[in-house]
Ligand binder design. Structure first.
Ligand code: 4FV
Length: 423
């Protein structure tokens, strides 16, 4: 594998590649690294490599002609420009790059590179992160290091490159080595036990836990295997959604009981089913309303013509009060649920810590406790009458301050933000 770095500062590149596995690979000839300096392709006596930007503004731009000549000199290869405007570098991209045989890494200095050089002589722009470097050289070194360690023969053990962070979509589990006690801190006992299945399960759980809490973005994309889902059931599967018809408030803040609606029952049951929830509860103290809900749910459940709604409506349960649902779940799971309220107003439930959907998932992903999410009907949940609430979700924000989503829409949006996967 060959890397050619196009840089005004080759002295930054060469010494960085003398030690460690990459240094050894270079010495052994497994990888080859060369530099081409645009300054060697200047013709004026000052060997000028920069110029002022058209249109004015601060800083200088790299002069196109020496840069183009240097890129040409680098030879045939996949030409990458290091730039904060590039696509973020990922392990998946690194794995693809490792299959190529020559990477030309073009480093900008100053404010950047003339756009026409990018248009005519660059195949791909990559960024190593959302910050600005004084030049692309450190980015080029990052790419060389990440790619080189995947080149066959660079790392000792062929498997040590793959079961690490990102390759599996999870962060790494924590590592320990001797001594068994370090300043009073021990090693998790399972690791010393020699039970390989138990060790593997522990490491997997640690990796999942870390990913859920530290990197909600990765966690959302993670697809657990069947075995993992069995060992660590997803949060959605112990999450219960409830549509509260009492205690809620009307437009002037009076506590009322609302009537249930057919649409809410169907649509929230279907959303609950889609996102893998355990159940959908309708809460009203009015016996005849609960009977009606049960009747509607049973009507559709009885349909045996392959009607998809049947399965969703099997999730429907009714209760006379929030406390009843809490007691039922406590009995079912052996521990009470975390009760999460929702509200369109930022001032509701002032005593409960606020969480974004991602934060709530991070906090509870591997907590075995069930979760109960309360949706209010009418003008919203009567917060002072629901002391069991221990978390409040941040309101859904739209384009402006008009915020009157139907409870069915708000419920669907929240479930997608909590449990929806990213393709
Ligand atoms: C960078 C990054 C980066 C910006 C101006 C080079 C510098 C100068 N490269 N990921 N972030 N590059 O900041 O790759 O031309």
């Amino acid at each position: 594998m060959k890397f050619t770095v196009v840089t005004l500062l080759p002295e930054l590149i060469e010494p960085a590649l003398t030690a460690g596995v990459v240094g050894r690979a270079k010495q052994a000839g497994t990888i080859e690294v060369g530099c081409v300096n645009p300054r060697d392709f200047t013709s004026d006596k000052h060997r000028t490599v920069d110029d002022t930007p058209y249109g004015g503004g601060p800083g200088m731009v790299m002069k196109p002609e020496p840069l183009l000549a240097a890129i040409a000199k680098a030879g045939q290869g996949h030409r990458i420009l290091l730039s904060p405007s590039g696509a973020p570098l990922t392990q998946a991209r690194v794995q693809e790059l490792a299959k190529l045989d020559h990477l030309v890494l073009v480093c900008g200095r100053y404010e950047g590179v003339d756009q026409r050089v990018i248009d005519s002589a660059i195949d791909e722009e990559l960024s190593i992160g959302d910050y600005v470097l004084s030049g692309g050289e450190l980015g080029a070194l990052v790419i060389i290091d990440a790619v080189a360690r995947l080149v066959p023969g660079v790392l000792g053990e062929p498997t040590s490159a793959d079961d690490e962070s990102f390759s599996a979509g999870l962060l790494e589990y924590p590592h320990y080595t001797r001594p068994v006690e370090l300043d009073g801190r021990g090693v998790p006992s399972v690791l010393a036990g020699g039970n390989h299945a138990a060790i593997a399960a522990w490491r997997r759980l640690q990796a999942m836990q870390r990913t859920a809490t530290r990197r909600p973005d990765l966690w959302r994309r993670y697809r657990a295997s069947k075995a993992e889902t069995k060992a660590f059931p997803p949060l959605a599967a112990r999450t219960h959604l409830a549509l509260v018809h009492h205690p809620v408030v009307d437009r002037v803040g009076t506590v009322i009981t609302t009537a249930l609606t057919n649409f809410d029952i169907h649509d929230l049951a279907r959303s609950s089913m889609t996102y893998g929830l355990a159940a959908f509860h309708l809460i009203t103290p009015v016996t005849s309303q609960r009977d009606k809900a049960e009747h509607i749910a049973r009507l559709w459940m009885g349909d045996d013509q392959g009607e998809h709604r049947a399965r969703a409506l099997e999730l429907v349960r009714t209760a006379d009060a929030i406390e009843t649902v809490i007691a039922t779940l406590a009995a079912e799971y052996g521990q009470p649920p975390t009760v999460v309220a929702t509200s369109a107003k930022a001032s509701s439930f002032p005593a409960a810590p606020r969480r974004t959907p991602a934060e709530l998932v991070a906090e509870h992903a591997l907590d075995p406790r069930p979760m109960l999410i309360l949706l209010g009907s009418g003008w919203g949940l009567a917060d002072s009458l629901i002391p069991s609430v221990s978390r409040i979700l941040t309101p859904i924000e739209g384009a402006g301050d008009w915020n009157h989503l139907s409870v069915r829409s708000a419920g669907a949006i929240l479930l997608d933000r909590l449990f929806g996967r990213v393709p």
